[in-house]
Design a binder for this molecule. Sequence first.
Ligand code: AMP
Length: 426
Amino acid sequence: MPRRKTKVKDIKTIKGMSDILPKDEKYWFLFWKAAAEVAELHGFHYIETPILEYADLFELGIGSNTDIVEKEMYTFETKGGERVALRPEGTAPVMRSYVQNHLGYFMSPVKLFYNGPMFRYENPQAGREREFHQWGFEIIGEYDVVYDFEIITMILEIFQKLKLGDLSLKVNTIGCKVCRPAYRTKLKAYYRQHKKELCDDCKRRYERNIFRLLDCKVPTCVEITSKAPTIYNYLCHTCNQHFKSLLELLEDNNISYEPDPILVRGLDYYNRTVFEIFHKDFNFALAGGGRYDYLFEVIGGRPLPAVGGAIGIERVIEVMKKLGINWAGKNKNKLFIIAVGDQSKKHIPKIMAMLRQNGFIVLEALGKKSLSHQLKAADKAGVNLSLILGQKEIFEESIIVRNMKTGVQETVLQKQLVDFIKKNIK
Ligand code: AMP
């Protein structure tokens, strides 16, 4: 192999991908905690699928005329000649796993959640990365609208726990195999009159995927679409009922929503319900999803109803940062332990273990020899209390507890330490 000229220090992350750094861990932890609590409260089970799948899964499942498959997939051939792709989304892999592992035999409906990175070769910009993380929910096995409602409310519950505040829920229906053909014909006829004014992408989409013209963001197309016929006049009875019932459920439960007739979403597999959730101060969606009763058939199975949604975690974190939402109990239960002298280092692990068993987070800088260096590290860690163990304390089976704000120190017997800390940690 020829030697590369690049030095390691010159290598940076790939465009559109970034490291998640310790400075942001508080946001990630808060998000995961809220999302995991909601998943558990609703009786959902955890699933994680591989990041690499056969490319066919997405080409069939998401649809070969979608932007994701046409332009955004990281597809490549392995050394063994397999055509694989980095997953651009989580639903098709979950469906693949459902079939492969016969998950339907174990529960009905199957309620699953996943959490992990997705990859799309998009133009990076604010809120749009090439690697991003999604938390997703899927309910497989039921046509009932209560499950569309459950997916939407679960996402809202997470956002509520995170106190995201001003949200807007956009909902639409995109019909089904029965009612979509008539609407497609009507749309085609409408856009045909404006074909010359459409953007290049829409000219292409006109032939292959007419519904995608509805959510094009190019101003001339937006203007044309504002007068386009809506699907509401073409819905079959079942789709109409389904949509009506969803809106009633939302109203009965005081969840405000905006019907959005041009919301179609970028994946082909949806039918009936589609939704997106926004924060009022941001122009990107924090979450989106819908019903996908045909996906299973498309990837080679029997008819199997399902509904799901996914949250873009980076986008949620951006909102949290902007709103100043932070780690509430940041220093709660956090202690710093300091060893003075080599003997003390031998005794300290036992004390640390005892404190951790009692639920305290114990930090240290035991690699530093001097007391002043360790105290500096304690200061940086932002703890309220530090514990100092020296020669004398080992002998007395005590420890010094230092209040980091006032500098006041007290010597406490080790067997009374936990009670003492509990009283004094605030
Ligand atoms: P989708 O899988 O397209 O339905 O997207 C679900 C959610 O994932 C969106 O509402 C966004 O919050 C997030 N998302 C999708 N694409 C990106 C991206 N390129 N960068 C960051 N977040 C994204």
